[in-house]
Ligand binder design. Structure first.
Ligand SMILES: Cc1cc2nc3c(=O)[nH]c(=O)nc-3n(C[C@H](O)[C@H](O)[C@H](O)COP(=O)(O)O)c2cc1C
Ligand code: SF4
Length: 485
């Protein structure tokens, strides 16, 4: 599985721009404080959620998780958002989890680690996620011989009303793909070609119908655990391809009052926010990450996002972080035995654009949408901070995004991975020492294969350095080399 790229294939190299002196940095917007709910961030810099595949197989914090966040904290950004963390107590592979009391101790150690490594300067949030089930793409023969449930529709289409099931299966297995497409339903074809995937609109499934009843409690209990572990706040994951974003999506046609019109699509996300707020209290920061644009045909667009951001702000969200795209709807077909990945199609490109691009280029693709959304939130009278991200790597870009009103805080995801000391270096007037991200998406390809995420700019450097932990294959260091001014 590769990642989609714009057909224009215009190469855009990341530029250092002009770095500020220490004095210019001190006087800049970027390095000025900002309030987020009851908290103060010392600077308007933010490391958005990034899954590094360091948790244990049962979702616990490991020494690798601690080392990963410690390394970011040493650069002392204004805030770090810990990776998407599952709110349910169900097995979900090596993804961090917060769905039960036993997860709190490890998360508490993570909070202490970040406090210590940043000398208390970096505020720490954790991203809370719910996702629905997705299966791997099956082998075609196994699917037709075993997994597919034979229905009256199949018998009818094949004119095999009274045949034995085994005969129906044998007939299906003999069809070519065009013929199969006529016999199977759209969902069955999807299960065959992409792997079966649940949707929030599968209201015939009781656990899907019940999502509005169960999610407020699941999210609020998870948030209470985050508070207990010592986090400064939570970021509700309402973006990309996951449950809550699917409620907000214009593709959500639920008829139970939680789909259809925008107000109905926003209902569950607002109810979750209210439940989280009620459980955690006013002094705990609660924000949400939403999509400025889903970037898919028939999806929510910027005007929907204006509405959602305005509604979240009016209902007491302390911040909104904006992403874009990252949907299953246009994902590429996975290999047999692999699961579809929501960052492989055009909407995935919008989420994590790489350096081969179209004329608009990969840097700041979300700025125009963010500017509109922020203006809407401000005009509606609830001026909460907006976090803008996407391809931002130099000081001038960040400073002008703030000056132009595209956001109140600037998120640096891959740039922080490429150089976690970006914040410290730029603030000290040492921007020339920054290791600029090349936007190759090597890191993202590792994420896609569920391998420990590292950056190609440093993961083979000083491999012999004492104490540097290695990846499972022994070939890569797991955190960026040390830097001191
Ligand atoms: C390895 C990797 C993992 C990511 N994991 C998450 C995640 O858990 N939650 C999330 O909202 N976004 C996630 N993202 C998206 C980033 O937060 C960010 O929105 C995106 O990379 C664009 O910002 P950038 O250009 O500064 O990297 C991830 C990105 C990368 C590269
Ligand atoms: S591997 Fe490093 S240089 Fe490449 S996109 Fe990721 S962070 Fe940037």
């Amino acid at each position: 599985m590769s990642m989609w790229r714009p057909p224009e294939r215009i190469r855009h190299d990341a530029q250092p721009g002009r770095w500020p002196s220490a004095i210019e940095a001190e006087r800049s917007r970027l390095f000025s404080p900002v309030r987020v709910g009851g908290l103060q961030l010392n600077q308007r810099t933010w490391v958005p959620a990034m899954v590094p595949w360091r948790a244990s197989a049962d979702g616990l914090v490991t020494p690798g998780v601690l080392a990963w966040y410690e390394r970011f904290a040493r650069g002392r950004p204004g805030a770090i958002v810990v990776e998407a963390t599952g709110i349910r107590d169900v097995a979900s592979g090596p993804l961090l989890r917060i769905g039960e009391a036993r997860f709190v101790a490890g998360l508490g150690r993570l909070v202490e680690t970040v406090r210590r490594a940043s000398a208390g300067e970096t505020r720490l949030f954790i991203q809370l996620i719910d996702f629905l089930s997705i299966r791997r793409r099956p082998d075609e023969h196994k699917y037709l011989e075993r997994f597919l449930a034979i229905t009256a529709q199949h018998r009818c289409a094949l004119n095999m009303h009274d045949a034995e099931e085994a005969e129906v299966r044998a007939r299906l297995a003999a069809l070519d793909s065009t013929e199969l497409a006529d016999v199977l339903s759209a969902r069955e074809l999807e299960a065959l070609r992409m792997g079966a995937r649940e949707r929030v609109t599968d209201a015939d499934l009781p656990h899907i119908a019940a999502l509005p009843q169960v999610l407020p409690e699941l999210f609020s209990r998870a948030a209470a655990r985050a508070r207990e572990a010592g986090f400064d706040g939570v970021e509700l994951h309402y973006a990309h391809a996951y449950t809550m974003a699917s409620f907000l999506s214009a593709t959500n046609t639920r008829t139970d009052g939680y789909g259809g019109a925008r107000g109905h699509r926003a209902r569950l996300p607002l109810e979750v926010l209210a439940a989280v707020r009620a459980m955690t209290g006013a002094d705990f920061a609660v924000g949400a990450r939403i999509l400025a644009d889903e970037c898919i045909a028939g999806g929510s667009d910027v005007s929907d996002a204006e509405f959602f951001a305005g509604a979240l702000a009016a209902h007491g969200a302390d911040f909104i972080s904006l992403s874009r795209g990252g949907k299953f709807d246009d994902a590429q077909q996975p290999k047999v035995g692999a699961a579809a990945y929501p960052y492989t199609g055009p909407s995935g490109y919008e989420c994590m654009p790489s350096y081969y691009s179209d004329a608009a280029g990969p840097y700041g693709r979300n700025l125009a949408a963010s500017t509109r959304i922020r203006a809407h939130v401000q005009a509606a009278g609830h001026p909460i901070p907006i976090v803008v991200a996407g391809g931002i790597h130099n000081f001038q870009q960040a400073e002008s995004a703030l000056a132009a009103g595209a956001g109140d805080i600037v998120g640096f995801a891959r740039q922080a991975l490429a150089d976690p000391d970006w914040f410290a270096k730029v603030r000290l007037g040492r921007g020339g020492a920054v290791r600029l991200c090349k936007y190759t998406n090597y890191c993202e390809a590792l994420d896609q294969r569920h391998r420990e995420v590292t950056c190609e700019l440093w993961d083979r450097e000083d491999l012999d350095q004492t104490g540097s932990a290695r990846s499972a294959d022994g070939k890569r260091r797991l955190v960026a080399p040390d830097w001191s001014p």
